[in-house]
Structure formats: structure tokens, C-alpha cells
Design a protein around this ligand. Structure first.
Ligand SMILES: Nc1ncnc2c1ncn2[C@@H]1O[C@H](COP(=O)(O)OP(=O)(O)O)[C@@H](O)[C@H]1O
Ligand SMILES: [Mg+2]
Length: 342
């Protein structure tokens, strides 16, 4: 498609499709302020559906009708970019891009598959010369490990079923206790940090913005602060360029006093702390703004390290009331701004 094909007669930018939107009201509403936004989630009680222009329930991801449904939707709504907000359909969207030309903003299916499986991710990072903590499968000699270790699901998310084991006996117990394939990884010491990155359509890193992870709940970062840490910016850009990540990614690391920086999780989608980079980027350079431009076929110059650090953010819950037909009533439990801003 040429650039001219992407902008329609009214000069409207292409629509953005977000899948598995769940509770990510912040992400959906940022896109909806910039472009026509379509939100997909099977649950009518997924709050973020109600931040979009169009909301719909797709077939289950495992259903062969899932990709044809999205394909038809992309044509009808003139979608210029599809962004998954969970891990569940990243690989499928990558395949849909490779085989059917859907505009999924995700890395290659190979990278999507490897980063969904934390053991495969460890092997891939190591092969590329990127730092990953010592990690083995449970069949390895567990007496040879440096303890403590973390026993964690290979395909975990939201910090589900992750256990610290101080001895080989504890590690063996958790390996048999967790009812899914697991791996055993050195328990990292020191602070846990994240780097929120964006890659362009060719998998070139556009920006990498590090932040502290002061508190997480259910796998989502709820308190943090963007920091100016050159080592993390450089590592984030190196991971993005090596994996050729198209679209957003969050890279989690620990700075271990003994091992230095090591990567414990790579999520090739927007992560929990979306507001971190949203506050820190220069005007006009937020990740949603750049994505809307890329969806319209505009090239973006890499500007790795351009952001303003230093402002902490803290997140909280809010809610919507729906009527009997599941339409938002627009009622707030408290109208207006808090006292300080009235
Ligand atoms: N090797 C490790 N050492 C110490 N803590 C870890 C390690 N791996 C994971 N954790 C802790 O568990 C949390 C969730 O693990 P993570 O690998 O990010 O999986 P996911 O977010 O996909 O559930 C991390 O944020 C971190 O606090
Ligand atoms: Mg994680």
C-alpha cells in the first residue's frame, strides 16, 4: 500500500484496532483521542471497551474464525495498525501479518513465539549476546545451581505461580506443585527496572525509556518513576534492534550486585506502566502519536533517549456504570476534579 492509499478522502488517519483490551482504559483512551479506535474483547465487562469508538466481541483466539474476523474488520474499518494488549494473540497476529498482510504492529512470529516462552526467550537472548540470568529446565541437575532460585512458568503472565526456592528440595517441590511447564532461574537481587520501548515498521528502535518498578500488583506496575539511566537506554535499544521488534515492548531487568543487568521478561506489547513513557515523552512524540503516524505510512526518525525523567506516577482504579443494555450511563460517583484542582 502506498501512503496515498492510507489516508482516505476526508484526510482521516487510518483506524487503530486494539485486541484483548481488558482493563487498559488508559491505552484505549489515548488512541481514541488521536484516531478512530476499535476495541476488541470477548467480555462485555472489559472496561476499556468503553473508551473506544467501536467495541466488539471477537471469536475466541483459538477459533479458526479469529483471524478472518479481524481481517474483515480491518477492511471495513480501514485499520492501519493492530495492537495486542495481552500475550495471548501476539504470535497469531504476527502470522496474520506474514501470511495475510494484516497490519499487526508486532515482531516476527519467531520472535513472538520465543518471547512468549520465557525459556525460549532465555535461549534467544543468550544466543544474541544479551544478558539473561542463569536458567535451566527442571530436568537439569538442580543440586548444581546457585540458590536461591525462582521457579516460574515458561508461559506465565501477571506474576502467576512464581515461587522463590532457597534449596534444591524447595525447588523440586515447586516444580511438581506448579501444574504447567516451568523453568528454574537464578533469583536476582537488587532493584527491578523496566524499559518501555517502541520500534518502527522495520523493527528499528525509535525510543527506549527506563523506569523504576516501585510497586507491582497482579503483574502491573502501579508505582514508578522514569529515570535517566544511559545503561538501560542502551540495553533497551540493543534488545529492540537485535529482536527487530515492530511496535511497543517492555523489557524487565534486574540490576544484580553480582551479575549486573540481566533481562527477566520481554513483553512485545504495551506493558502495565503505559503512563510512564506517556508522561515522559516530548510533546507530539508519545508512543500512541508515533503509532498513529506509522499507521498512516509516515516514517519516524529514531530518537532514542529523548524524554524527560524524574516525575513519579501512581495508578488507581476507577469505574463505569452500565445500564441494562450494557451502555455506559455516564454517571460518576463524584462529579468534577479533586479539591486542589477545582
Ligand atoms: N529471576 C528472578 N529473580 C527475582 N525475581 C524475579 C525473577 N523472575 C521473576 N521475578 C519476579 O516475578 C515477577 C514476575 O515475573 P516475570 O518474569 O516478569 O513474569 P510475568 O510478568 O510474565 O508473570 C517479576 O516482576 C519479579 O518481581
Ligand atoms: Mg513481567
Amino acid at each position: 500500500m502506498s501512503e496515498a492509499d492510507l489516508i482516505d478522502a476526508d484526510g482521516e488517519p487510518p483506524a487503530i484496532l486494539l485486541t484483548g483490551v481488558g482493563k487498559r482504559y488508559d491505552i484505549v483512551s489515548c488512541f481514541a483521542a488521536l484516531a478512530r479506535t476499535v476495541a476488541a474483547d470477548p467480555s462485555p465487562l472489559a472496561p476499556a471497551l468503553y473508551a473506544a469508538h467501536v467495541r466488539l466481541a471477537p471469536p475466541p483466539i483459538a477459533d479458526p474464525a479469529y483471524v478472518p474476523f479481524l481481517e474483515e474488520l480491518c477492511e471495513r474499518e480501514r485499520v492501519g495498525a493492530i495492537l495486542p494488549l495481552t500475550d495471548l494473540d501476539i504470535e497469531l497476529l504476527a502470522l496474520a501479518r506474514e501470511q495475510r498482510g494484516l497490519p499487526s504492529l508486532v515482531p516476527s512470529s519467531e520472535v513472538a513465539r520465543a518471547t512468549y516462552d520465557k525459556y525460549e526467550a532465555h535461549l534467544l537472548l543468550t544466543r544474541l549476546g544479551l544478558p539473561s540470568p542463569p536458567t535451566v529446565l527442571p530436568a537439569a541437575d538442580l543440586s548444581a545451581l546457585h540458590y536461591p532460585v525462582m521457579v516460574k512458568p515458561r508461559r506465565g503472565s501477571g506474576a502467576r505461580s512464581i515461587h522463590l526456592a532457597r534449596t534444591r528440595a524447595e525447588a523440586e517441590f515447586f516444580v511438581s506443585y506448579i501444574e504447567e511447564p516451568v523453568m528454574v532461574q537464578r533469583a536476582m537481587q537488587g532493584p527491578e527496572l523496566s524499559i518501555d520501548c517502541l520500534g518502527d515498521m522495520d523493527g528499528r528502535c525509535l525510543n527506549a525509556i527506563p523506569r523504576t518498578m516501585l510497586e507491582s500488583r497482579g503483574g502491573e506496575s502501579i508505582k514508578g518513576c522514569v529515570i535517566d539511566d544511559r545503561e538501560l537506554i542502551e540495553l533497551g535499544a540493543r534488545v529492540m534492534d537485535s529482536l527487530r521488534v515492530r511496535g511497543p515492548a517492555t523489557i524487565q531487568v534486574f540490576r544484580d550486585p553480582e551479575l549486573g543487568l540481566a533481562i527477566t521478561d520481554v513483553n512485545t506489547r504495551f506493558g502495565g506502566a503505559f503512563p510512564g513513557p506517556a508522561y515522559a515523552t516530548d510533546p507530539g512524540m508519545s508512543y500512541p502519536e508515533l503509532i498513529v503516524q506509522m499507521a498512516a505510512g509516515e516514517p519516524i526518525e529514531p530518537h532514542v533517549g529523548r524524554f524527560t525523567p524524574g516525575h513519579p506516577f501512581t495508578r488507581y482504579y476507577w469505574q463505569l456504570e452500565l445500564d441494562e443494555q450494557m451502555r455506559p450511563t455516564g454517571r460518576e460517583i463524584v462529579p468534577g476534579d479533586p479539591p486542589e484542582r477545582r
